[in-house]
Design a protein around this ligand. Sequence first.
Ligand SMILES: *[C@@H]1O[C@H](CO)[C@@H](O)[C@H](O)[C@H]1NC(C)=O
Ligand SMILES: *[C@@H]1O[C@H](CO)[C@@H](O)[C@H](O)[C@H]1NC(C)=O
Ligand SMILES: *[C@@H]1O[C@H](CO)[C@@H](O)[C@H](O)[C@H]1NC(C)=O
Ligand SMILES: *[C@@H]1O[C@H](CO)[C@@H](O)[C@H](O)[C@H]1NC(C)=O
Ligand SMILES: *[C@@H]1O[C@H](CO)[C@@H](O)[C@H](O)[C@H]1NC(C)=O
Ligand SMILES: *[C@@H]1O[C@H](CO)[C@@H](O)[C@H](O)[C@H]1NC(C)=O
Ligand SMILES: *[C@@H]1O[C@H](CO)[C@@H](O)[C@H](O)[C@H]1NC(C)=O
Ligand SMILES: *[C@@H]1O[C@H](CO)[C@@H](O)[C@H](O)[C@H]1NC(C)=O
Length: 905
Amino acid sequence: MSRSLLRPVACCLGLLPLWLLCASSASRCAVWREVADCSHLRLTQIPDDLPANVTVLNLTHNQLRKLPPANFTRYSQLTVLDGGFNTISKLEPELCQKLPLLEVLNLQHNELSQLSDKTFTFCLNLTELCLRYNLIHTIQNDPFKNLKNLIKLDLSRNGLSSTKLGTQLQLENLQELLLSNNKIHVLRREELDFLGNSSLKKLDLSSNQIKEFSPGCFHAIGKLFGLSLNNAQLGPSLTEKLCLELSNTHIQNLSLSNTQLTRTSNVTFAGLKQTNLTTLDLSYNSLSVIGNDSFAWLSRLERLLLEYNSVVRLFPRSFYGLFNVRYLNLRHCFTKQSHSLAVLPKIDDFSFQWLTRLEYLNLDDNNFPGTKSDTFTGLAQLRYLSLSNSFSSLQTLTNETFVSLAHSPLVTLNLTKNKISKIESGAFSWLGHLKVLDLGINEIGQELTGEEWRGLGSIVEIYLSYNKYLELTAKSFASVPSLRQLMLRRVVLKNLDSSPSPFRPLRNLTILDLSNNNIANINEELLEGLEELEILDMQHNNLARLWKHANPGGPVQFLKGLSHLHVLNLESNGFDEIPAEAFKDLFQLKSINLGLNNLNILPSSLFDNQGSLKSLSLQKNLITSVEKSVFGPAFKSLSSLDMRFNPFDCTCESIAWFVSWINSTPTNISELSGHYLCNTPPQYHGFPVMLFDISPCKDSAPFELLFMINTSILLIFVFTVLMIHFEGWRVSFYWNVLVHRALGFKEMDRQPEQFDYAAYIIHAYEDRDWVWENFSPMEQEDQTLRFCLEERDFQAGVLELEAIVNSIKRSRKTIFVITQHLLKDPLCKRFKVHQALQKAIEQNLDSIILIFLEEIPDYKLNHALCLRRGMFKSRCILNWPVQKERESAFHHKLQVALGSRNSVH
Ligand SMILES: *[C@@H]1O[C@H](CO)[C@@H](O)[C@H](O)[C@H]1NC(C)=O
Ligand SMILES: *[C@@H]1O[C@H](CO)[C@@H](O)[C@H](O)[C@H]1NC(C)=O
Ligand SMILES: *[C@@H]1O[C@H](CO)[C@@H](O)[C@H](O)[C@H]1NC(C)=O
Ligand SMILES: *[C@@H]1O[C@H](CO)[C@@H](O)[C@H](O)[C@H]1NC(C)=O
Ligand SMILES: *[C@@H]1O[C@H](CO)[C@@H](O)[C@H](O)[C@H]1NC(C)=O
Ligand SMILES: *[C@@H]1O[C@H](CO)[C@@H](O)[C@H](O)[C@H]1NC(C)=O
Ligand SMILES: *[C@@H]1O[C@H](CO)[C@@H](O)[C@H](O)[C@H]1NC(C)=O
Ligand SMILES: *[C@@H]1O[C@H](CO)[C@@H](O)[C@H](O)[C@H]1NC(C)=O
């Protein structure tokens, strides 16, 4: 039985011994385009069924012991092979032969211990080789000799005791050599000779217990630009030796973090004098003394990192010579032993005067007593100064505190977490370029008169959040009309309902944070005129009363006119009412948070102007019903909705629309199944809203259906009644015709010669002259034509009913000569008509011809003779013309009517 057949069976049965077989099933690799990810599959074999054109194969975190070259024959297109985190202990030279295009080979975290001369012979295209975390203790001969394209070689964490990776010049394209965490104690010139043609951007020797730099060791390397020796116990004297060895190299980046460099002096870095060092990392060194002129040699330095040290004092010449430094990080650089005053760190006046090009200075997390009149003097390019948690006892910012920054073009000043309790007037008057001022998380408690901000002509952002208390006046921000962002979260704002509003001068304000202030009293003026406002945070206040119907003077429309507002947060305000007009002007609102209030019924049309809303939060309110009239506009283009934890009323009227919307919208509604639950009616309590069956709701729509049906029936009825009333004759007449036809009364379409007469002429006695005058000439013209004229063809005066009936039958057509006289003729009336009609119904509608000698309305015709014009074809209805010259046309028409066959077409 083939294994491929066995696998699925074993998998299905979950048989443990066979399970490993299943696990090695290559089909579980994720293949996307030409990348195959077979990581974390407990593979013991190389998958053999991947697409042959994969270029990246990830075999990490498996149980592979070998990479047999034969098993890679199929994957000759590979450029990246990641075999990390396995137990591979041997590598065969033929692997690269099978993979001629291989550029990246990663075998980290394996059990390789031996690299032979041949191992990488064929890996000519390799640019990156990672062998970190293996068991390689020594390198013999020249395993990397052929790697002419290698750019990065990682041999860290291997137990190597020497940097010697070869006996002859090689690796001429190497840029990064990582040898950290080995057992290298001495850097010897001859052990680095093999790099004589290389230009190393980074040589990482961190975490080696290096004790000795032998003469010329770094000069053995072609060019050395970057060196990391972090976590080596160098101390001041070895550091000095190191720098001497580095003199006249191309060194630019030197990282000496955590090297026990406890003090520096005017000789420590002397060796670097002849270099172009641009970055020096001295962080985490317990550095306590930076002696005068320590950096005097480093005039090209641009970045100096000194964070996490314990410097006690900055001398006036500690930073002497750093004329080119742009970035200086002194975060947590000074000693923190604050309790004994004797060791409070100290910055001597003019300490920074040498740093004329410094742009960024970080002094966070220190413990200075305060600033002095010349602390920052000379920082002529400083733009960013961070003094967060820098002072132990700054307390009051006076008009002297920042005087030393008067000549710095400072843009950002961060003063958070300094226990500042008071800002005196003119404190920032020196900082005319300042754009961002962060005074958050302090203990400021005062009335803001506006004098505090005097001179801040360019200010854009002021952070005052998290302070003790702030009492506002109409002038509080009068001196900073350029302000765009004002953060006043949790500052116990007082006097917010003053008039005019404290924010009135801030015409450019786009972000205002008034949250967590327990604000209860404001008036409609508060935000008036803030037409640029885009973000307004008022969560966690006490605004409920303002929107109550019963509020004296009516609801306070404090959002009036905020036509550019995008984001509005009103969470946790105790709202139980919202006036219908509350959001009327907020046309551009994208996000509104009304969560954690007591809202139940919202007025319909509340969201009518919020057609572009993207995010709506109403979680934890008392909302029972979600109706289209309220939420329709808000839901239109929503991308995220939060209405969790509301006591939904699961009845058709309350949530049917909501449920059908939920189940069809692409809007993101998180925790829909778990936190949208019915509260009422009792039988649905705790039931997920989304599962509420709305099909019965459609049955209540039957009312609508029923209504429609009823209306239709009624309309049809009315129509029928009217129809019957006005057109009933037509219906019954054609009904008769139809019935006769249907019952098989075949049209007796006899030939003209089968009739004795061409037509039987019915007329009133008074009209006999007209008849005679008009019909006898026709007979004379056409000898075959004979009319049945009562006066002539019946015995004079005798009108036998039987004869009439017979005559009508023997005539092909019946002609009524209709005048007022005929209508009054008692005998003609009804009987003759009835006979003629009967014949017409039985035989043919064309058999009756009406000739009107005068104008007779239809209703009179109907009333007298039970005839209507509408019963007959138009060609069978003739009118005797008034004009003489039309008489011939009349005769022509009459002949046509007589000649027409007795049939309905
Ligand atoms: C390599 O392929 C052979 C033959 O297909 C197979 O028996 C062997 O298990 C494979 N080895 C690995 C490590 O995949
Ligand atoms: C790689 O092979 C798969 C099938 O083996 C094929 O679908 C895909 O088009 C191939 N990709 C390229 C770039 O040839
Ligand atoms: C291989 O997969 C591991 C784990 O999923 C991942 O960390 C690693 O970056 C991947 N290797 C490559 C070359 O994509
Ligand atoms: C290296 O790869 C290129 C294509 O990228 C290929 O043309 C060349 O033959 C490869 N070199 C060797 C030695 O296989
Ligand atoms: C330092 O840079 C200058 C010019 O920028 C160059 O002339 C000099 O050779 C460089 N010195 C070293 C040691 O790289
Ligand atoms: C270093 O400072 C000492 C005094 O502390 C001085 O005697 C010596 O000349 C200085 N060395 C250099 C190179 O400036
Ligand atoms: C600082 O304020 C004090 C009064 O508080 C005043 O006497 C002094 O002139 C001010 N200094 C400057 C530089 O404005
Ligand atoms: C000020 O510094 C604190 C602490 O580092 C930081 O959290 C805050 O974001 C900074 N303020 C500004 C405006 O960057």
